[in-house]
Design a protein around this ligand. Structure first.
Ligand code: KG4
Ligand code: ZN
Length: 337
């Protein structure tokens, strides 16, 4: 079976092919031009998806040694994401499905991330805890099977990646901020500034907006009227901020490990690329004797391999989407029990 996956929810256009369970292509085109605007410009994102999606499909087919007619099922992200960006990939996928007379499967982007650990050689074992940390979402989930996912906690304000991006902007690092903060933090002192780690009434929920404000206040107080914060101080702020985010994510995951009998822990989403977080999560899983699965970097950020994988599982369980399937921008509560 040859599965084509298409992802276009934000600023990455990606096309992947899974051929007889094997990933044969996962092409990702990142829209780097958004960095000069300090964030993703939705309309520009849609136009860039439109320009690149067909060449990417051709390249993915070539790389896999296949023709369009060899594709058995077409999968595309339907949401959550930027509505215009989603429309491009979804409409293209539906058009392809119609013209080839092959089934179409709409995929939830977050479900793609949740099961992205299955793209690795060593896969998560059910039930597992999934910490989904991306630019738009922060979710702690109990994943019992490919069909049963229970939400334990989420962010009450900013997503973890959003906090990285906003703090990076304050520090003059540009977009996307996560990788830049990670690099600056490498030579910084993570214990230098004691930024707050919010503790909420709901034990599994997260809050990052207070932390973001604390960084802003720290900058305003210590560098009034200063255009460029000295390099070493920037590194310390980046390291201390990163440390606070990692602490919050690890603390709630540890609470869940104390209360749920799971076989594995999986750290997924764009922020899962963060080295400090990866190392802390490996340490935490080790402490509890749990298997840890963190996807390789090409499967952490947005990619179509995870969409093709998720779509293939849905297809195998008999799931098909109609060609009237509409994109959805947000994650509604009915998605997780
Ligand atoms: O999953 P993703 O590619 O897109 C969404 O679905 O949102 O996640 C993007 C987010 C951005 O906020 C980006 O700054 C963050 O992931 N990110 C990182 C790192 N690499 C990407 N955050 C922290 N450290 C990193 N190394
Ligand atoms: Zn994502």
């Amino acid at each position: 079976m040859n599965v084509l996956g298409i992802e276009s929810s934000c600023d990455e256009t990606s096309v992947a092919i899974i051929s007889n369970e094997k990933l044969t292509a996962n092409l990702i085109s990142s829209q780097d031009f958004h960095s000069k605007y300090g964030g993703v410009v939705p309309e520009l994102s849609s136009r860039a998806h439109l320009q690149i999606v067909i060449p990417l499909v051709k390249d993915a087919l070539k790389k896999s040694g296949l023709n369009l007619n060899d594709i058995d099922v077409i999968c595309s992200t339907a949401g959550p994401g930027l509505i215009g960006a989603l429309l491009v990939g979804l409409t293209f996928a539906k058009g392809l499905s119609y013209s080839l007379n092959k089934p179409f499967v709409a995929v939830n982007h977050i479900e793609g991330h949740i099961f992205s650990g299955f793209l690795m050689e060593d896969k998560p074992e059910f039930p597992f805890l999934a910490l989904v940390v991306s630019g738009g979402h922060t979710l702690l989930l109990l994943v019992e099977s490919f069909t049963v996912v229970k939400k334990l906690g989420t962010t009450v304000d900013d997503a973890a990646g959003e906090a990285f991006d906003k703090v990076a902007k304050m520090l003059g690092f540009g977009y996307p901020g996560g990788p830049k903060i990670q690099t600056a933090a490498l030579d910084g002192d993570a214990g230098k500034i004691n930024f707050p780690v919010a503790e909420l009434k709901d034990p599994y929920n997260f809050s990052f907006s207070g932390l973001k404000t604390a960084v802003l206040r720290y900058i305003q107080k210590n560098y009034p009227g200063v255009q460029n914060i000295p390099g070493n101080d920037l590194k310390d702020i980046a390291a201390s901020f990163q440390n606070a985010v990692v602490k919050a994510l690890i603390r709630n995951t540890e609470k869940a490990l104390n209360n749920y009998d799971v076989n594995s822990v999986s750290l997924v989403g764009g922020v899962a690329a963060n080295k400090a977080l990866r190392e802390s999560m490996i340490g935490l899983a080790g402490k509890y004797g749990k298997k840890i699965v963190i996807p390789g970097l090409e499967f952490c950020g947005d990619n179509a391999a995870m969409i093709a994988f998720r779509g293939a599982r849905l297809y195998e369980t008999g799931y098909r989407s109609g060609l009237d399937y509409s994109p959805f921008p947000g994650l509604s509560s009915e998605h997780f029990s």
